[in-house]
Design a protein around this ligand. Structure first.
Ligand code: BGP
Length: 483
């Protein structure tokens, strides 16, 4: 890259990310209770995952029950991450491992000890943990007992869980993310995540009845829970730093037609800006009043909620970035899929096998867009390519993954040169995990290969992909060498 371009900062957090329900397994070991992810059966690109509130292992395969068996292999996995040179590791803490029913009076000591051990291991290698407190992991008992996040009682249960882990790990963890992709609830796809699902065996990603009143009530309650967590956390340790985690679906107008431009702006406000505005600016933005009114959306709030939102703002903005989509008012255009939502196909972009469009330049645009709006440090906490890997004689030649990352990292550096205060990058994923949307192993993201298939067969042994060696070199040279 051109020498006149600013380098990555010296203390840049080169990292990798995962989530508990997609790696740990041991779904019912050492006192852990079942969570919502444990009730999700496997699907694939064309068959949506089903949620069965009565877990029936004789009938269905539930990928999270073993996942990649990290619970028993975390030492080996963290050693590999250290060998790769990671400076930061983004992971989540499974709520039901700490509070098996979500509403218990006392935490499960064995669960707390597991994460003590994980953090000790990370410390050994000088890897900074970045902890997501909630990554789609609501204890199943709360799903059954309450109406999920629609129910305000869940705020208190969650805050107790957050306080417990923040107190326990106050000397080892500094960076926290209260909610993963909180803006999922701006789309009907987010429904499963709020846990208000009541028809065992009949619900899946595609056929849930959408109730926007409930969906936005659930989102509001998550905002309040996030703010309370920030407020409580700063009392526990004033050095704690809290981040948003927005699933940033960057949108472009498909054509210069002003109607397309306006539709794009509206989409951006609702999907991307709304949640960032609440969590960073501490206020509900003006454009949501109009949206709620026009769509006849009503949900209950308390006056003190808005005080909390103002006080409990996040310190840094983090987001996931996988693809961009186009927006148009025209009907009958070719569509692509995506993370939480698809859109119109962009004729200038290629897409993955799962039809997510690849757009590295869009990352630079997005970083500028975000920093311009919020002016706080920025982290990319998910970015990566889901692809089928070929495993031959212990080797995985994933040049497509290397080129995806190379192109995105190049654009990150250009954004830094633009002046964006980008402080970290934790690509999805440090190691192969089960896919969240499809439950497959075949949709792989990792630098480290896990020998397991979609039905849970395999040795579960770990292998270094070509991208492992490549990323190691990137980190060693602080992003100078991308070859
Ligand atoms: C994000 C989630 C992750 C992750 C990723 C990739 O939305 O935070 O948990 O899985 O997307 O999505 P998928 O696994 O569906 O390919």
């Amino acid at each position: 890259m051109n020498e006149n371009i600013k380098a990555f900062p010296k203390d840049f957090y080169w990292g990798g990310a995962t989530a508990a329900n997609q790696i740990e397994g041991a779904w019912n070991e050492d006192g852990k209770g079942p969570n919502l992810a444990d009730a999700m059966v496997a699907g694939n690109h064309t068959t949506p995952r089903k949620i069965t509130l009565d877990i029936d292992e004789n009938r269905y395969y539930y990928p999270s029950h073993v996942a990649i068996d990290y619970y028993h292999r975390y030492k080996e996995d963290i050693a590999l991450m250290a060998e790769m040179g990671l400076k930061m590791y983004r992971m989540s803490i499974s709520w039901a491992r700490i509070f098996p029913n979500g509403s218990d009076n006392e935490p499960n000591e064995a669960g707390l000890r597991f994460y003590d051990d994980v953090f000790a291991e990370l410390k050994k290698y000088d890897i900074e943990p970045l902890v997501t407190i909630y990554h789609n992991e609501m204890p199943l008992n709360l799903v059954n007992e309450t109406n999920g996040w629609v129910d305000r009682k869940v705020i208190d249960h969650y805050v107790r869980f957050a306080r417990t882990v923040m107190e326990r790990y106050k000397d080892t963890v500094r960076y926290w993310i209260p909610f993963n992709e909180i803006n999922d609830l701006t789309t009907p796809v987010g429904n499963w995540n709020h846990g208000g699902i009541k028809n065992p065996g009949t619900e899946d990603f595609s056929n849930q009845k959408d109730d926007p009143d409930k969906r936005f009530a659930a989102l509001h309650n998550q905002f309040v829970a996030s703010a309370k967590t920030v407020i409580e956390g700063k009392k526990i340790n004033p050095d704690f730093r809290f981040g948003t985690m927005i699933c940033h679906i960057t949108v472009y107008p498909l054509t210069p037609n002003p109607d397309d431009i306006l539709a794009t702006q509206k989409e951006d406000q609702l999907r991307n800006r709304f949640s960032g505005d609440v969590q960073i600016k501490g206020v509900y933005p003006y454009y949501m009043d109009g949206y709620f009114e026009k769509n006849n959306i009503h949900f209950k709030t308390e006056p003190e909620d808005f005080e909390l939102l103002k006080e409990g703002v996040c310190d840094f903005y983090s987001f996931s970035y996988y693809m961009t989509n186009c927006i148009t008012v025209k009907k009958d255009v070719e569509e692509v899929s995506g993370n939480i939502m698809g859109g119109a196909k962009n004729p200038f972009l290629k897409a993955t096998e799962w039809n997510w469009q690849i757009d590295p330049v869009g990352l630079r645009y997005t970083l500028n867009h975000i920093y311009d709006r919020y002016n706080v440090p920025v982290m990319i906490t998910e970015n990566g390519i889901g692809a089928r890997d070929t495993f031959e004689n212990g080797e995985i030649h994933d040049d497509y993954r290397i080129s995806y990352f190379r192109d995105h990292i190049e654009q990150m550096r250009l954004a830094i040169d633009d002046g964006v205060d980008l402080i970290g990058y934790t690509p999805w994923t440090a190691i192969d995990v089960i896919s969240c949307s499809t439950g497959e192993m075949a949709k792989r993201y990792g630098f480290i290969y896990v020998d397991a298939d979609d039905e849970g067969n395999g040795s579960y042994d770990r292998y270094k992909k070509d991208s492992f060696y490549w990323y190691k070199r990137v980190i060693e040279t602080n992003g100078e060498c991308l070859e």
